[in-house]
Design a protein around this ligand. Structure first.
Ligand SMILES: Cc1cc2nc3c(=O)[nH]c(=O)nc-3n(C[C@H](O)[C@H](O)[C@H](O)COP(=O)(O)OP(=O)(O)OC[C@H]3O[C@@H](n4cnc5c(N)ncnc54)[C@H](O)[C@@H]3O)c2cc1C
Length: 393
């Protein structure tokens, strides 16, 4: 029997697409390799919890404060107003989403995607079944490529899919210490320091009994383990038991095209969709899965391959401006310690805090207090033109 949609990859993006399509009455397959926990800090905004009905039981920590740390060790604590940043364990979060998709009617398959074949009988996904080790060939009308960063589907099917730029993010899952003067289980620390990351940032994200401590960089030759050891030492976490060490790429730029003009559409990391500056990808992967599902439904209905373009169009309509602002911020401030010092100085401004956190928490750019935008713009220019000291707030 031919599937309407074959979803490759059962992370947040693929599981969301599969669930939505199954709920819409489509015959859907959800293929995942299984067996590996996705390396991830696990931070999600309230908008993700609300839009995708994430149950409370999956939130292992509720973060109330974000601490921004500068290269010289100054810090600013930003209170998270009207909500919290939720922390999830990907091992349980991803499985919950896959189970929910299956309960909605998607057929779960466990194995590895190998290739796509087309012949007179149509399009087929060839994959290796994990239990038997045998190759299977599944007929389908459409394919959603949600197989994460360095996606094989993107590489094979979509122009530019093999050239997405990445940072490599590495983290260590540690046993969390009891709360102390350095460690607060309700605070996430974001460290802007060239010694930890010359082009991105380091983090300490509490996860209840555990914590994720890590950093990212796109620069070859940076020793990720050494940088993380330095971060653990400076955060007072050097002696905590290490549970796992792992790393993975984070894509830096959404592809210009997410479909192949025929029968494949990409979503999530496979389409290069992670927010610049923050590296936030879970929420955007889920939105990507949702819009890929909408595009697939439209294409199945109309028979037009061009409807697959809807996925990117819908996503960009909603998120392009925030992505552009975050991209400019990363380009301007993540390039030297002097700029990072200035960035943390800007974070002292209450209106900068409100604007950035509203954009993170609710994915909206909101109007700040009267004249605040103007004042922030002037402060920004004063820092970028070096008219003021890096520590000027
Ligand atoms: C160290 C690190 C920390 C991060 N921290 C955060 C954070 O705190 N908050 C946040 O929002 N984002 C974070 N991100 C980014 C976030 O993890 C990703 O953007 C998000 O997981 C993307 O979801 P996805 O479903 O597109 O891809 P993935 O989560 O990568 O899922 C892809 C799925 O495809 C499957 N797959 C891959 N290849 C095949 C194949 N050949 N056959 C079958 N199945 C296959 C995999 O098993 C996997 O389940 C972090 C990333 C890293 C690397």
């Amino acid at each position: 029997m031919t599937y309407d949609v074959f979803v490759v990859g059962g992370g947040p993006s693929g599981a969301t697409a599969a669930e939505d399509l199954a709920r819409a009455g489509k015959h859907v397959a959800l293929l995942d390799k299984a067996g590996r926990i996705k390396p991830c800090g696990g931070a999600i905004p309230p908008r993700a919890v609300a839009d995708f009905a994430i149950p409370d039981s999956l939130i292992v920590a509720r973060i109330q404060t974000a601490r921004m740390v500068s290269p010289s060790g100054r810090h600013v604590d930003i209170p998270i107003e009207n909500g919290y940043v939720g922390m999830v364990e990907r091992e349980h979060f991803d499985e919950f989403l896959r189970v929910r998709a299956a309960e909605a009617g998607a057929e779960r398959l466990t194995g590895t995607f190998l290739r796509i074949e087309r012949d007179r009988d149509g399009t087929h996904v060839v994959w290796r079944d994990k239990a038997s080790g045998e190759e299977r060939r599944s007929a389908t009308r459409l394919i959603i490529g949600a197989d994460g960063a360095r996606s094989n589907v993107a590489r094979a099917e979509v122009p530019g899919g093999d050239t997405i730029p990445y940072v490599i993010a590495y983290h260590e899952i540690i046993k969390a210490p009891a709360a102390n003067t350095d460690y607060d289980p309700t605070r996430c620390d974001v460290i802007y320091d060239g010694k930890i990351s010359p082009d991105f940032y380091g983090w300490v994200f509490p996860h209840g009994a555990q914590a994720s401590v890590g950093m990212g960089t796109g620069i070859d030759g940076v020793d990720l383990k050494e940088a993380t050891a330095a971060l653990r030492a400076s955060a007072g976490l050097a002696d905590c038991e290490t549970i796992r060490r792992e790393g993975a790429p984070i894509p830096l730029k959404p592809l210009d095209r997410w479909d192949n003009g025929r029968d494949v559409v990409l979503s999530g990391d496979a389409a290069g969709v992670v927010a610049p500056s923050s590296g936030e990808g879970i929420y955007y992967a889920m939105v990507g899965g949702r819009v890929a599902g909408i595009a697939a439904l439209a294409s199945l209905e109309s028979g037009w391959a061009s409807d697959l373009k809807l996925a990117r169009k819908l996503f960009m309509k909603e998120h392009k401006t925030v992505f552009n602002v975050l991209r400019s911020m990363q380009d301007a401030y993540y390039r030297s310690d002097e700029r990072r010092e200035r960035f943390v100085s800007l974070c002292h401004d209450i209106d900068v805090q409100r604007l950035t956190f509203e954009a993170y928490m609710n994915k909206k750019l909101v109007a700040a207090r009267p004249l605040a935008h103007l004042r922030i713009g002037v402060k920004n220019m004063a820092h970028l033109l070096r008219l003021v000291s890096p520590r000027w707030t």
